[in-house]
Design a protein around this ligand. Structure first.
Ligand code: SF4
Ligand code: SF4
Length: 403
């Protein structure tokens, strides 16, 4: 990127980190200045913090009229220097292995329930994490466990027997780590929206690679990508479905991270068949069999939808179609999750989430619907904090349909 920063400051108010800290050094403009011009008077600790303190939300890039994408510059810096990475690249290797994917539940349940899941391990391996995890414990039966798979098959078989719009279509689910290990009820709920479809959950799939990429671990990320592409090749699905806006964002980027032309092409083919849940499901064919939700409903749009994969309007319209007059629009903003950001910078993350709570309060909603695993984790776990309203429910869009 050769664009010159006009120092206009337009990116400052949209950056969740700057809004909390009011530190020029941690603003997109400050980060750009550090990475492009250097800053001789910064201590190494300040440089490290500056490069680490970014949620990769993409708000700055969307706002900058000079076309500067600070989030990309940060990723490049993390990839070039391991000291900026929030966790050990070996961790991502572990999560690219069969052992971790199939045996993850046992592995993770052995950890204290208060300490989170995959990112809990990231936190444990991080040299600067300051404790304070806001991540949920793993599900008792992850999707890929025998019991989890039996539950999924029962929901998917039910949907297949109802002939309908999707009859004859083969749909492969890309679960992502969180919907496999923490919220296996989401893939189950998604299957119910596709009457007639034949579902498959390809074996040997793994993490989409976004946490690894965000940590600057490009090689482990590309290993995860190749492994996923191989896992889905055999499935020969008509559509690949994900319930996570962040996985969807990462899969659209896969081809950029691979070197070989044929691998790039395979990644592009994968991305072409991929649909985020609200892009593929159709509320109009569900005969109004929606969950009765008492009170007002609102939508939290994931940053990866707002800034990278087509905007928040389409998923919001999907939810409005179902919830009709009970829907109240919320002023959008980052939830403060940002993968390992919420572990590394728990108080900034909490501050960002507090802004969301204020926006939620204005809607008077008692149910928040979202479409991203990270946002779900952040909303659910932060709302379980001591000072939060206990009556707020947080659900994935697929859970609007009654089972
Ligand atoms: S990065 Fe872009 S938006 Fe931010 S100060 Fe520079 S020119 Fe302005
Ligand atoms: S990606 Fe988000 S958190 Fe990072 S500098 Fe840009 S606006 Fe700030």
């Amino acid at each position: 990127m050769n664009a010159r920063c006009a120092k206009c400051g337009a990116c400052l108010p949209v950056c969740p980190v700057y809004r909390q800290t009011l530190l020029e050094r941690l603003s997109p403009r400050g980060k750009h200045a550090l990475l492009k011009d250097g800053a001789a008077d910064y201590s190494w600790a300040s440089v490290r913090e500056t490069v680490s303190a970014c949620l990769q939300c993409g708000a700055c890039g969307a706002r900058c009229s000079a076309g500067i994408e600070v989030n990309r510059e940060i990723l490049d810096a993390r990839a070039q220097n391991r000291e900026f990475a929030p966790s050990f690249p070996a961790l991502w290797k572990l999560f690219g292995s069969d052992l971790a994917w199939s045996g993850a539940s046992a592995l993770l349940r052995a950890l204290p329930a208060s300490s989170g899941i995959i990112l809990r391990l990231a936190a444990l391996s991080s040299s600067t994490a300051d404790g304070g995890s806001h991540l949920p414990p793993p599900a008792a039966s992850p999707l890929t466990s025998r019991r989890g798979m039996a539950r999924f098959r029962s929901a998917a078989d039910c949907a297949r027997k109802k002939s309908g719009k999707f009859t004859g279509m083969k749909i492969a689910i890309f679960t992502g780590c969180v919907q496999n290990l923490v919220y296996p009820e989401i893939p189950e709920a998604m299957a119910r929206w596709f009457p007639g479809a034949d579902f498959i959950i390809p074996e040997h799939q793994c993490c989409c690679g976004l946490p690894a990429l965000s940590a600057g671990a490009v090689k482990p990320a590309s290993n995860l990508i190749n492994r996923n592409i191989k896992a889905f090749e055999k499935a020969r699905a008509d559509m690949i479905l994900t319930g996570c806006a962040s996985c969807s964002y990462m899969i659209q980027k896969w081809h950029e991270l691979l070197d070989r032309q044929d691998d790039k092409q395979k990644a592009l083919n994968f991305a072409e068949r991929l649909k985020e849940f609200t892009q593929a499901a159709d509320p109009a064919i569900m005969d109004g069999h929606f969950n009765k939700i008492h009170g007002t409903v609102t939508f939290h749009a994931p940053c990866h939808s707002r800034f990278s994969t087509g905007g928040a309007e389409a998923p919001e319209n999907f939810i409005k179609l179902i919830t009709k007059e009970t829907f109240a629009k919320m002023e959008q903003g980052c939830c403060g999750h940002g993968g390992s950001f919420s572990i590394k910078f728990p108080s900034i993350s909490q501050g960002i989430f507090t802004e969301r709570l204020a926006a939620l309060k204005k809607t008077r909603a008692s149910t928040v619907v979202t479409t991203c695993s990270g946002c779900l984790m952040q909303w659910k776990t932060r709302l379980s904090g001591a000072d939060c309203p206990t009556e707020i429910k947080v659900i994935h869009a697929s859970e609007l349909l009654s089972s």
